[in-house]
Design a protein around this ligand. Structure first.
Ligand code: UD1
Ligand code: CA
Length: 453
């Protein structure tokens, strides 16, 4: 006998008003369904099934390789109908744990408690008490406090709607019982759906007691049905992550204005100012400061690095003691060695810069190598694209590139060379040479400017 976990994820999510299936909407940069799956995988000795349907193959495709059996629910006729699609794959002797793809914050501990409780009677149900129970199925108990039914809000009477104990949707049940009752479901209700929740009154009729488990915090059982609820869950999740980071020594100027959509590995004495977004996998060394409004994705940053406000870094490696920004854009495949300075309005792409070089103002370097101790003047542009292909620019050590220079790639500027301001460089520059390409300055004395008519 083993455990089968069934995750219901076939619904459209009408209340999201979106073409995307609801379970693919992101929470902290990851689909809702991925959160549920991740928690489900913490449970040992189980088989995983995901019921998908709305949006066709989009859900399994977007989720990629997963250790689950995908079961398609061709038409979304309700939660009971969704479960019915999986039952032929589940042996009678197994236990079944039902999870919802739109309830992402459920914790491993609560699920273990639910599984354990179902051993008593064969059926346990997770409920919670909400100040505002709107939208949830209400739990009906008899005079002995036993659960006898779940009534969906749309089918509930005024009086039933006042009940604050709600169905979270999570249940653990013997497959044999589940199969018996699901086969008897009818869709005679306001939504003409086969409600899984109707098996509760069937259990009561068959004298199978339901063991209630009450969720410790209502946050973990909140369903995401609309964008407001998604945003609320996001803020909650972000705050939990922020406090976790602060607990490990990261200085956050304001935990409410920090977003981590992925994984952040940190050293000691990192300071992060407000409105910083971290995506993918980011690693920070020690004594790193990140200024306000920065976006950093899939990047490794070494020690003593200062990222100044309004900087974007994507897929880069940043060496010790670098200073980047404000207003810099570091694009993928960029590597900065130690003590490189990148200033405002500088864009780098597929560029590696060696120790101590400076690119301080208004510059684009793409497909470029810069040696060490080199200074790139304001307004330098590597013309790396000829309209069809990309070409490389190689700049050596201790080079001085004056302001407003275009380097027409492929081109090489050797060590110690100097490029005069305003030059357009189309040919390689030899070591220690000065390259200059300018039209001579003319002077016309006593020049009369035109007068306004
Ligand atoms: C459901 C419960 C309600 C509970 C609430 C908790 C039923 C009838 N109602 O209501 O008692 O309080 O969850 O959040 O079960 N799904 C399918 N196939 C379908 C329909 C839905 O896979 O045909 C999936 C959805 O993708 C979703 C889950 O089942 O992940 C719940 O469906 P939803 O329509 O959101 O149900 P609620 O109205 O929230
Ligand atoms: Ca729901």
């Amino acid at each position: 006998m083993s455990l089968c976990i069934v995750i219901l994820a076939a619904g459209q999510g009408t209340r999201m008003y979106s073409d995307k299936p609801k379970v693919l909407h992101n929470l902290a940069g990851k689909p809702l369904l991925a959160h549920v799956l991740q928690t489900a995988e913490l449970i040992k000795h189980r088989e995983l099934f995901v019921v998908y349907g709305h949006g066709g193959e989009l859900v399994p495709e977007e989720m990629g390789e997963q250790p689950v059996t995908w079961i398609k629910q061709e038409e979304q006729l309700g939660t009971g109908h969704a479960v019915q699609q999986v039952l032929p794959h589940i042996p009678d002797v197994d236990d079944v744990l039902i999870l919802y793809g739109d309830i992402p914050l459920i914790t491993h501990g609560t699920l273990e408690a639910l599984i354990k409780s179902s051993k008593e009677t064969g059926f346990s149900l997770l409920t919670t008490f909400l100040d505002d129970p709107r939208g949830y199925g209400r739990i009906i108990r008899n005079a002995n406090e036993n659960i006898t039914a779940i009534i969906e809000e749309k089918d509930a009477t005024e009086e039933q709607r006042l009940l604050c104990e709600v169905n979270t949707g999570f249940m653990s049940i013997k497959a044999e019982l589940l199969k018996r009752w699901v086969s008897l479901l009818k869709n005679e209700n306001k939504q003409n759906e086969y409600y899984l929740t109707d098996i509760v009154s069937m259990a009561a009729k068959d004298n199978v007691a339901i063991t209630p488990v009450i969720a410790e915090s209502d946050v973990e059982v909140r369903g995401i049905n609309n964008r407001n609820q998604l945003a609320e869950a996001e803020r909650y999740y972000q705050l939990v992550q922020a406090h976790h980071l602060m607990h490990h020594g990261v200085g956050l100027s304001d935990p409410a204005r920090f977003d981590l959509r992925g994984e952040l590995e940190v050293g000691r004495d990192n300071e992060i100012d407000i409105n910083v977004v971290i995506e993918g996998r980011v690693k920070l060394g020690n004594n790193v400061t990140i200024g306000a409004n920065c976006y950093i994705k899939d990047t490794i940053i070494a020690d003593n690095v200062h990222v100044l406000p309004n900087t974007m870094i994507d897929n880069a490696i940043i060496g010790n003691g670098c200073r980047i920004g404000p207003f810099a854009r570091i694009r993928p495949d960029t590597t900065l060695a130690e003590e490189v300075h990148i200033g405002n309005f500088v864009e780098l792409k597929k560029t590696d810069i060696s120790k101590g070089s400076k690119v301080n103002h208004l510059t684009y370097l793409g497909d470029t190598h810069v040696g060490s101790g080199t200074n790139i003047g304001a307004g330098t542009i590597t013309c790396n694209y000829d309209g069809a292909n990309k070409h490389k620019t190689i700049i050596g050590d201790n080079v001085f590139v004056g302001s407003d220079v275009q380097l027409i790639a492929p081109v090489k500027v050797n060590d110690g060379a100097t490029i005069a301001a305003g030059a357009t460089i189309t040919k390689d520059v030899a070591e220690n040479e000065l390259a200059i390409s300018r039209t001579d300055q003319k002077s016309i004395a006593n020049w009369k400017r035109p007068l306004k008519k």
